[in-house]
Every structure is written in structure tokens, then in C-alpha cells.
Design a protein around this ligand. Sequence first.
Ligand SMILES: Nc1ncnc2c1ncn2[C@@H]1O[C@H](COP(=O)(O)OP(=O)(O)OP(=O)(O)O)[C@@H](O)[C@H]1O
Ligand SMILES: O=C(O)C1=C[C@@H](O)[C@@H](O)[C@H](O)C1
Ligand SMILES: [Mg+2]
Length: 171
Amino acid sequence: MKKNIVLIGYMGTGKSTIGKILSKELKMEFIDTDLLIEKNIKMSIKDIFENFGEKYFRDLESKIAKEVSKLNNKIISTGGGIVLRDENINNLKKTGMVVLLKANADTIYERVSKNSDRPLLNVENPKEKINKMLIERKLNYERFKDIEIETDNKTVNEIFEIIKENYFKTV
Ligand SMILES: Nc1ncnc2c1ncn2[C@@H]1O[C@H](COP(=O)(O)OP(=O)(O)OP(=O)(O)O)[C@@H](O)[C@H]1O
Ligand SMILES: O=C(O)C1=C[C@@H](O)[C@@H](O)[C@H](O)C1
Ligand SMILES: [Mg+2]
């Protein structure tokens, strides 16, 4: 029974992209908490935010975090705000190695600009919002990590290799 690999970090740091590679290469099932929420409620995250508000989304997210924490041998890519509630990340840490993916605001802005499906960044000045949120959330992201990776100047393959190496040291 192997530990999960749990990917945390701000939007656009590559959690879903790296998660899929880890899943394929390590032959561990891939779970994306954002996708799981959308599948369960049959609604996009954008529509959940618009129709029911952020609190409703966060409650769904906490429920999912608790559920997936019961699993083993999975690659779990999380929503960027999973660290906003201690209970979520405490649950995930029990069965998983927590990998924090980091990127600076310019890199994030460039990466998320390709896709406008992120309700919290649907504002007049997304770059300013990214900067503000990175500062507000810094401690939440840092507190629970087992390892952290700066992704700005790394290819997805380099990031994969770092996670793999660390993972096999711990299991
Ligand atoms: N190391 C990298 N180098 C270059 N591009 C990257 C890297 N990692 C991710 N990307 C690109 O950045 C974009 C965002 O990546 P991804 O969707 O995986 O982020 P995320 O952390 O899952 O975001 P969210 O929290 O919003 O779900 C994608 O277009 C992806 O191809
Ligand atoms: O950083 C956040 O708060 C979010 C990140 C996305 O993954 C989604 O979970 C949602 O758009 C909220
Ligand atoms: Mg994602």
C-alpha cells in the first residue's frame, strides 16, 4: 500500500499537468479534486461559483478532500484553494506526501491567461489579484508541504523527476 502524492499550489503552478504525468509514469491513478467536484455535482466550477457562491464550493471541496484522503496509491491534484481550510490539508497529509508547486506571479499570469475558466481571476486586473492572493496564501501553502518545487524555469519532465526521486525516498 503506497502513499498518495498530493499536489498543492496556486492556480497555474501545474498541479493538473504534472499530476497526469506522474499518474502515467508511476502507474498510479490520477484524481483531480476540481474535476471530481464538477463530476459529482454535474456543473462547472465557474457555474458553481456563479450560482451558489464560494462558500458552497469550499464545502464541496472539503467533502472531497476528506473522501480522497481515505484512498491510497493515488496521484491527487488539488484545487488552488484547498489549503484555505486546515482540515482539508490535515486529512490529505495523513495518507499522502504533500508536494508544493510554486511559480511567480508573472509565470502564473502567463499560464492562466490561456484559459479563462478560473472564476477568482475573472476580474479587471488579474495580475494584481494573483499577487495579492499569493501573499495572502503564502503561509497556508508553506505550512503543510513535504517538498516544494519552483516551477518557473523547469520543464514538466524535470518536475516529474524531482517528485519521483523524493517519493521513492519516503515509501
Ligand atoms: N513547468 C511548466 N512549464 C511550462 N508550462 C507549464 C508548466 N506547468 C504547467 N504549465 C502550463 O500551465 C498551464 C496551467 O497548468 P495546470 O492547469 O496544470 O495548473 P493547475 O495548477 O492545475 O491550475 P488550477 O489550480 O487552476 O487547476 C497549462 O497550460 C500547462 O500546460
Ligand atoms: O485558488 C483557488 O481558490 C481555486 C483554484 C482552482 O483550482 C479551483 O478550485 C477554483 O477555481 C478555486
Ligand atoms: Mg488544476
